[in-house]
Design a binder for this molecule. Structure first.
Ligand code: ADP
Ligand code: ASP
Ligand code: MG
Length: 405
């Protein structure tokens, strides 16, 4: 008997019919002799709606209360899925993240999972029940309810699969797998049969939200194979797995884009040791993930520092940047939310020089100006104007031979 974790995203449980369709699929899996743990997201856009509600009520939004609010979305889904399963004659029991023992750190709204106990899930499975868990949430070491950051239900699913030693982890969503680019932006994108953890990690880090970044980190660290597939067609999807020597090492496997970032520039910073250290330590202590950093060549003892951060963190970033700018005597801080990042990812980039150069040529031919560049061994990213990013992604997708024939 296999143990299968099945995670259903927001669109997969968006309305009563979808919930009943999910229950049918879970019942089918169970009746074929498998143990099933289901992880659910909030219905449709309900997390967005809860955030809007908070915006309408409050400008301070204490993070603890945000988490109390946002975790309700997944709680609705888990109860409804259990009810739909009951109608099909399947015994099921729902658990919040806290009940199932997802223990996190104390960073509200983007908590990290420290440990998964999973006792109640094991007990339910031993009684022959389907176990339905609310995604995206846990309980902190200080016994407070936490959330895992947007898209965090993926992480709940992979973490539970690892803790329960599941045979597979299926992530059901509204596309049929991981594509060579976001099919909504690049219609000629191809579905990948498989992709390795390192490439998927870079794609998730570079803005492909088909899998949350932390879920891929978890999968890689615990070697949990993931299948990303559609809850609308139920066809076989994309396997995200550890490197298989027979797997083709594409030079470029995918193109990703990210528009939810902003650029911050501190100008005329005195060029002396310790300024960057203070700035980025303060940002890190505020739980702000800085992505790209560029420091210009110093002229007359002053330099400009630019960096990118998630747009949601822009207000807090500006507070920190302005404090530091004042204290070191820099001339000012400017924010530019109108940027986007386009990236190419591929394991074969390790051994093929010239890939970055080709990327820059393609962007030049499109008349797209590059404002910042960053690279890893298997990724090259460029910051461009937000208005150029779709054209850039499509041109790169074609130029690297990824278009579906
Ligand atoms: P869910 O609610 O099921 O978690 P998400 O909206 O978080 O779904 O993720 C699925 C979406 O990810 C797709 O609708 C698609 O637009 C987007 N996406 C971005 N990049 C890719 C990619 N490379 N392959 C597939 N989907 C992608
Ligand atoms: N409901 C949460 C979100 O919208 C978590 C998830 O769907 O994975 O971000
Ligand atoms: Mg998601």
């Amino acid at each position: 008997m296999a143990l299968i974790v099945q995670k259903f995203g927001g669109t997969s449980v968006a309305d009563p019919e979808r919930i009943r369709a999910v229950a049918e699929h879970v019942a089918f899996t169970k009746r074929h002799g498998n143990d099933v743990v289901v992880v659910v997201s909030a219905m449709g856009k309900s997390t967005d709606n809860l955030i809007k509600l908070a915006n309408d009520v409050s400008s301070t939004q204490p993070a603890r209360e945000m988490d109390m609010l946002l975790t309700t979305g997944e709680r609705i889904s888990m109860a409804l899925v259990c009810m739909a399963l009951a109608d099909l004659g399947i015994e099921a029991v729902s658990f919040t993240g806290s009940q199932v023992g997802i223990i996190t750190d104390t960073v509200h709204t983007k908590a990290k999972i420290l440990e998964v106990k999973g006792d109640r899930a094991r007990e339910a499975l031993a009684q022959g029940k389907v176990c339905v868990v609310a995604g995206f949430q846990g309980v902190s070491t200080e016994r407070e309810i936490t959330t895992l950051g947007r898209g965090g239900s993926d992480t709940t699913a992979v973490a539970l699969a690892a803790a329960l030693n599941a045979d597979s982890c299926e992530i059901y969503t509204d596309v049929t797998g991981v594509f060579s680019a976001d099919p909504r932006i690049v219609p000629q994108a191809r579905k990948l049969q498989h992709i390795n953890f390192d490439e998927m990690l870079e794609m998730a880090g570079a803005g492909s939200k088909v899998l949350a970044l932390r879920s891929v980190e978890f999968a890689r660290n615990h070697n949990v194979p993931i299948q990303v597939r559609s809850s609308f067609t139920w066809e076989p999807g994309t396997w995200v797995v550890q490197e298989d020597p027979s797997m083709e090492q594409a030079i470029v496997s995918g193109v990703t884009h990210e528009t939810a970032e902003a650029k911050v520039t501190i100008s005329r910073v005195p060029d002396e040791p310790g300024v960057a250290a203070r700035l980025f330590r303060r940002l890190a202590d505020s739980e702000i993930n800085v992505d790209m950093i560029v420091q210009n060549v110093s002229t007359d003892g002053h330099t400009d520092i630019s960096f990118t951060v998630p747009e949601v963190d822009l207000t807090r970033t500006l507070q920190v940047a302005e404090e530091i700018a004042t204290s070191v005597g820099a001339s000012g801080v400017a924010a530019d939310p109108d940027i986007a990042r386009v990236s190419i990812v591929g394991a074969g980039m390790r051994t093929n020089p010239g890939v970055a150069a080709t990327m820059f040529e393609v962007l030049a031919n499109e008349g797209v100006n590059i404002e910042m560049i960053s690279t890893s061994t298997i990724r090259t990213s460029c910051v461009v104007r937000a208005g150029d990013v779709e054209r850039a992604a499509q041109a790169l997708h074609s130029a690297f031979g990824l278009d579906a024939s």
